[in-house]
Design a binder for this molecule. Sequence first.
Ligand SMILES: [Zn+2]
Length: 384
Amino acid sequence: MTADPIAIARDLIRCRSVTPDEGGALGLLQRLLQQSGFAVHRVVFDEPGTAPVDNLYARIGTAKPNLVFAGHTDVVPTGNEASWTHPPFAGEVADDKLYGRGAVDMKGGIACFVAAALDHLAACGGKPKGSLSLLITGDEESVAVNGTVKLLRWAAERGEKFDHCILGEPSNVAAVGDTIKAGRRGSLNGTLIVRGRQGHVAYPERADNPIRGLATLIAALQAPLDQGSEHFAPSNLEFTSVDVGNPTVNLIPGEARARFNIRYNDRHSQTALKTLIEHRAQAAAAGRVHYAFDWQPSNADVFVTKPGPFTELAASAIAEVTGRKPKLSTSGGTSDARFIKDYCPVLEFGLVGQTMHAVDECTPVADLTTLTAIYRRIIEKYFE
Ligand SMILES: [Zn+2]
């Protein structure tokens, strides 16, 4: 009997695991995996100011290599449940689609990997040639401090070694097999603060309007940062808010601020990027604008998994199942891959992302079958 990814995904959707609640989702995985011989660990992490979060690590086999699948069972909130055509935690199948919060991001992906792993074990007498592991967190959609980053450290301290990782985030754009994410841009947030001198608008000579200086610096900082690199699109600095907070019509404010986010490629390190931005501001200010930068700490560094045997193995498994040749992409936001890359090469491959975080999140049932077949093929090829 083969494992049914649709039933597993439906049962996972029925767990109300809105971040950071476990909602029974990890318990369900634990039972399934233990039945097939996995050693399963549940680990709760906490930190002052954050909710404690439940995580799961499971492994079968003791030999190398250890192929690990990573994912998260927590989901984003539903918004107004009444606006869903199919209730978000019912796991209903209609028109050949499975509906529910987490269907694509990413309970569906987890269900496919679990089904593929169980099928593989059934076919090889219950024991893989190397080891198969799952790193599943309940803290990805929120602050991501009590999740993958700590689970990886916990596992490493126990002596766990990972050789390669597949993160099951919805990586595909239009069809299963069109895109593997093989890296992510870095993300850095900062605030630019310009100080002037407050005064009456009718007597501007007695004041120093910081908005003028801020406008000058904003213009200068929007110049291109680079022309892109072999694996990445050009880096981009985007202003997200300009704040003066002045409720008065006849007052020149004393201070003006602008917040911005930079998505940067592998031509920059965080430190070099800050220096570049500060130099540009200095040149534009020309000694006349008084400004400062406030940089927020960032744990989202750029990384890329370069094309090689692991990307080729995944791409050929995808091609065998779907006939598609996946594009290696580094677009999109950050993910837990930014933490995993410090331990082993990581690729992201899962369902089609179109409805993630949306009302009536859903996946075609056929995609669950296809993704399961792809994961199954990846596992087979990995241990060949
Ligand atoms: Zn996700």
